[in-house]
Ligand binder design. Structure first.
Ligand code: AMP
Length: 188
């Protein structure tokens, strides 16, 4: 049976957000480290990205950051962990995908949304079967789930796709959902 070893986290880079979001990112980083799961992320030291990576590293977890050259300063690459500097956004996204067995999407902005939706669309096209979960404590992703319901109700995406849309409100629940899903996929 395959086991999840590396989890890719997509999350916001803004430092301006409420403390609760940064705390959730910190909790997720700690939980990944405590469970011996490697964190793969965009490499930044800012916003939820920085909070999650610092927490995972602080608790002895393995972390891999992947940062495109042009964002090195803007997103302040977190140098205390393994990091790779790549040429562009596409290379970053592909490498984050290749290095991970599963994905967790924390609250974030347009970049986070873009990354999560692209992973969903690759799954929809049958390009991968890696499990994904959206993690929030306050219903941050509810409007996205409502939009997906609307899309499914309009029959633009099949009903079965709902199974790929997992929402969790604690890091433990998100990781458990990924682990359950990988077992289901193994049995297929
Ligand atoms: P945001 O949610 O807008 O704060 O962005 C979160 C992270 O996603 C930042 O590190 C962005 O650089 C990154 N990002 C934005 N667009 C892309 C993309 N097309 N591919 C990979 N990463 C991206």
């Amino acid at each position: 049976m395959a086991r999840i070893k590396s989890v890719c986290v997509y999350c916001g880079s803004s430092n301006e957000v409420s403390a609760g979001y940064l705390r959730l990112a910190t909790e997720l980083g700690r939980t990944l480290a405590q469970k011996g799961l490697r964190l793969v992320y965009g490499g930044g030291g800012v916003g939820l990205m920085g909070a999650c990576a610092r927490a995972a590293h602080g608790d002895g977890g393995e972390v891999l950051g992947i940062m495109p050259k042009f964002l090195l300063h803007k997103e302040r690459v977190f140098e205390e962990v393994e990091h790779r500097i790549v040429d562009d956004m596409h290379t970053r996204k592909q490498m984050m995908f290749d290095e991970s067995d599963a994905f967790i999407t924390l609250p974030g902005g347009i970049g986070t949304l873009e990354e999560a939706v692209e992973m969903l669309s690759w799954a929809r096209l049958g390009l991968h079967a890696k499990p994904m979960a959206f993690l929030d404590e306050d219903g941050f992703w509810d409007p996205f789930f409502e939009l997906m319901d609307h899309i499914i109700e309009g029959k633009f995406t099949p009903e079965e796709f709902r199974a790929s849309l997992v929402q969790a409100d604690t890091p433990e629940m998100a990781i458990a959902a990924l682990e359950d899903r990988i077992v289901v996929l193994d049995q297929d």
